[in-house]
Design a protein around this ligand. Sequence first.
Ligand code: MTE
Ligand code: HPA
Ligand code: MOS
Length: 784
Amino acid sequence: MRKLPAIKVKQPAAVDCVVGKPENHESVFKHVKGQAIYIDDQLEMSNQLHAAVGISQIAHGRIKKLDLTAVYKAEGVIAVVTAKDVPGQLDIGPVFHGDKLLAKDIVEYYGQPLFAVAACSHQQAWQAVKLAQIEYEPIPPILEVWHALEQKSFIRPSHVMQRGNATLAINDAPHQITGQINIGGQEHFYLEGQIAYAIPSEDEGVLVYSSSQHPSEIQKVVAEVLNIPFSLVTVEVRRLGGGFGGKESQAAPWACLAALLARVTRQPVKLRLNRHDDMEMTGKRHRFVNSYRIGFDDSGRILGAEFTLNANCGYSPDLSDAVVDRAMFHVDNAYYLDQVKIVGNRCKTNLASNTAFRGFGSPQGMITMEAAIDDIARYLGKDPLVIRKINFYDSKSTHRNITPYYQVVEQNILPTLINQLEQSSDYQWRRIQLRKFNVENKILKKGLSLTPVKFGISFNVKHLNQAGALIHIYTDGSIHLNHGGTEMGQGLLTKVAQIVAEEFKVDSSNVYISATRTDKVPNTSATAASSGTDLNGKAAQNAAKIIKKRLIEFAYQYFSVNKNEIEFVDNYLKVGSRLILFAELIQLAYVNRVSLSATGYYRTPKIYYDREKSAGRPFFYFANGAAVSEVIVDCLTGEYKVLRVDILHDVGRSINPAIDIGQIEGGFVQGMGWLTSEELVWNDQGQLLTTGPATYKIPTVGDMPIDFRVQLFADVPNPENTIYHSKAVGEPPLMLAISVWTAIRDAISSLANYSISPRLDTPATPERVLQAIEQQCTASEVGL
Ligand code: MTE
Ligand code: HPA
Ligand code: MOS
């Protein structure tokens, strides 16, 4: 046996797991102190240029004249580019063609980029673009779904998912209901707007800093626009000031324009959209107009269901095909639909191209089902919770656990979770109290509702479900971690650092989280579909395991001990009875020529899907949750307040409960904003009128539920082999907010003694609520 090096011998404290601890977000203090560097905070170069974008001022038309003479001549302007100046590919569509970097000949929405300018200052650039002389030959725009359906204007073919014969089952059922719901869109309102910063490098290459959820996509489109190999483009993303899906595909144009102007001027170019322009130019959550027809029995059990989902996709495909598919995948929400037909139409309109937004179509699918469930309850005069329970997936049944796309709901925890929440929220007792309150009060009415969420985890495009990571350990024992995921506030980098720290049993402060870069980890997927930790956490763990195996192998030979005598514990390596500091182990390994760098890779197992047949297992597993919301509505004004919200949410075994709870609270409030106060308004010419916080109302602290109780569903690890048996958390909680909308509907319904299900389109602004109240009163007066 070799002589051991001089080591400090200290008994380690009890092994303290890093995974599962509510550690702070890695940037928490930097965020608060303003020390977290976003792209616009980066140091500027002495020859720095600033870009601005000239846009279409009509929704649809031919460009007759684009005279940029005055723009060229404006103070500080260095370069102006149009579609003609693009050396490579003009189309930057993420999946299908249709997104031209700059419009050529024809414009298809108000706000579409036509040209871009680089000037010496941000102000000069944005002043200059206003000087363009543009003439159009207008073409009547299509703005609404009904119009697109009438004109058969689609950006992608419609798709149908069905099982059995829904029409027959509905017709044969004892009862039928039909309904329609207009679902509003949503502006992402990330606090940091779209921004990119391009620095030319050697050989016509470029380094791009982008506020993007998808660095590899930025690399690809920049290379294609500039007509250079992907390898000459490097994209770096340290953090985003929020993405919420709005920077999955739509961070790309700004990066491409900055890179194009950097190529033309050979100077660094930064392009930052002002809030107004950002709102006007970029896509939002899809508005939907959905209809349903349901057949059910006396108990409220659904026997047949037909849904038509019509999405307002805007002018190009962008990600809409996958968004509408996801809406279709989530119409069932938590309920078994025996005979079912789901049609998804992708309507093409002359609006900004709608895009990913937390939930990715699922919320619009789910709320339609929840609306229908409430309608059934009113029809039968029962509490909606009873109807929900009767229709839940049932794992004890041989067939009532199969989704409309033939995926088996293997882990069916919602019935248990909901029973627990029903108890902990005092649902039944509060229901009685509330009915009493509503009888006693003429003006103020309370509403209560419990809604579940079952959300499929995995990208619904199979090949996107893969990830890579890169770990270096330096000779002082510090660990440098890189992976394909981007940090947008959701705590991904914190969680993955915890996972790596856990592997080596070191403190997570020993793991340095660096920016995401395409030259460190290649060919990555967007950080999206809530799967950032699932994918990158596993990839990073795999990289760590590779190095760990080398270290164990080394220690085993070096110290001539049995492998089972080697163990990583609390910043040490334990070799028999000896303890070696992790840093000293690394130094020793280095001197003995052990490689201390490794890549890791992961791909999600088990998933497959045949879209032709609408059958397979598109999701690795489901994340679940439920919320009980209580509201109070003023029937004279339509104003309301959320009094109390109880949430019980399933994250499997949590990697970081503090971050998970933050995601649940944030997701819920964002969903509440979508369904209540956030209203997008366009004029009849397709111009967005709500282009800032003065007119577009995101939730504020005053809108928070007065009593907000969030709990993780404890002790139920993910049965699938996910990272530490955790579950994804990013998107699912947004849909818990559907309970606020159903609670408002419940309050309105009390006006007609719960016999009528009011129509309530979203967002349920006080105006819409008042309208529904008036309709309810008229309907009950005439005895409907
Ligand atoms: N949380 C914050 N703070 N900021 C964000 O932009 N985006 C959401 C969610 N939570 C977002 C967020 C969306 S749309 C997704 S898909 C996931 O985070 C992505 O990150 P994850 O996969 O690491 O959860
Ligand atoms: N979510 C987000 N982005 C995606 C998805 C998804 O399900 N599928 C393809 N891109
Ligand atoms: Mo999230 S909508 O998948 O970026």
